[in-house]
Design a binder for this molecule. Structure first.
Ligand SMILES: [Zn+2]
Length: 115
């Protein structure tokens, strides 16, 4: 892959990682930031029964969001790792090069359009 294109995609990945980390920081705390491992935080609104209900509701709302963001973040981290190893841009399934336009739209794509 062209070095210039690679740099461009790397910049996209790094920006996306920063955005995801910021969003995650609002609802979760990092367990292992390098690996993109986060844990949904359980907010302490108060101690009476109503407050506890709010806390549980918030947690229940945040959990699936946290899981989705965490998964995206891990995809990005693994894409950055593939860049380091020089295997970035190859389809995980058929080992063929993934179309550049597809990578521009989704820099953490692991498979080509056909797969
Ligand atoms: Zn493929």
């Amino acid at each position: 892959m062209d070095k210039q294109v690679l740099d461009e995609l790397k910049a996209l990945l790094l920006k996306e990682r920063t955005d995801l980390e910021e969003n995650l920081a609002r609802i979760a705390r990092p367990v292992d930031k390098e690996k993109g491992d986060y844990e949904t935080t359980f907010g302490e609104v108060g101690t009476d029964r109503e407050d506890n209900t709010t806390e549980v509701e918030e947690y229940t709302d945040n959990l699936p969001v946290e899981v989705t963001l965490e998964k995206k973040l891990q995809d990005i981290i693994s894409a950055l790792e593939r860049m380091e190893k020089g295997t970035y841009g190859l389809c995980e399934n058929c080992q063929k090069e993934i179309d550049i336009e597809r990578l521009r739209a989704n820099p953490s794509a692991k498979t080509c359009i056909k797969c």
